[in-house]
Design a binder for this molecule. Structure first.
Ligand SMILES: [Zn+2]
Length: 268
């Protein structure tokens, strides 16, 4: 297992590491790779509601897709918070047949029908890409032409990241007019709250999981008890079930009555 910790000074408090918090495997799923294998920074939209959280996406990828962890490396929400969700030393699951070659960056929201990311999302995406394009070990992603929309990568059948991608791509490359807009003094508190929310959602999911496994356990025990009862009936003929004992007693009683009838009581 490789673990590559990142500090991105330009993002400040807007960079939140959720690798240890999100459910699923952030450090091994799907497999380990060399950073020199990375050829593209792949930009996605998550294709869901604006309110989707990294937790929602991790759960969806695990329960619906049956994956061992979230498919992306990074997620960026509407407020321009960047979440580190899958270690960059792993090939994850966000493009068909090219996963070892990409760092998958998911912008939360659905950008089909010409919807576009928020200004803060675009600035944050610029800063994250700028950091990765300058990250020494990523030797094969050194220029902005390596930042590609999911649908621009070879053999991908998808509208992702949306219809207007070629227009908002320019903003990602140029970085937006007002970088200062991205950060303000409330960010530290908001970052803290966002981390707490992720933690609570994870706890809730784990409580739910425990409840499910307890229920399954209970069902197993019931089954075992039923099987034991059946086995007892078969292998221990003397331990007759009550119903059979009742039947036998009734027969004995009937015989006694018959005996009394056939042989009237002796006279004294
Ligand atoms: Zn995509």
């Amino acid at each position: 297992m490789a673990k590559i910790d990142l500090t991105i000074p330009s993002l400040g408090n807007k960079f939140i590491d959720l690798r240890d918090i999100l459910p699923g495997d952030a450090y091994n799923f799907s497999w380990e790779r060399q950073l020199s294998q990375v050829n593209y920074l792949a930009i996605h939209h998550t294709g869901g509601a604006d309110s989707q959280t990294p937790q929602d996406l991790a759960n969806e990828h695990m329960t619906k897709n049956g994956w061992g962890g979230i498919g992306y490396h990074f997620l960026i929400d509407k407020d321009g918070f960047v979440y580190y969700v899958g270690d960059i030393s792993t090939a994850r699951a966000n493009v068909a047949n090219l996963n070892e070659q990409v760092i998958g960056i998911g912008l939360i929201g659905n950008f089909v029908a010409f919807q576009v990311p928020t200004e803060q999302q675009l600035v944050a995406t610029h800063l994250l890409c700028e950091f990765l394009l300058n990250y020494p070990d990523l030797v094969n992603v050194r220029s902005w032409d390596k930042v590609r929309g999911h649908k621009e990568l070879p053999d991908q059948l998808t509208p992702c990241p949306g219809d207007d991608w070629s227009n908002w791509r320019i903003k990602i490359v140029e970085g937006g007019s007002d970088l200062a807009k991205l950060t303000d003094e409330d960010d530290f508190q908001i970052a803290d709250l966002k981390t707490q929310i992720s933690n609570l959602q994870t706890s809730l999911a784990s409580v739910n999981q425990q409840a499910i496994s307890l229920r399954l356990n209970l069902q197993d025990r019931e089954q075992e008890i039923n099987e034991l009862k059946k086995a007892a009936d078969k292998s221990l003929p003397y331990a007759l079930p009550l119903k059979k004992v009742d039947e036998s007693l009734t027969i004995v009683q009937a015989l006694i009555n018959l005996y009394k009838f056939v042989l009237p009581p002796r006279k004294e």
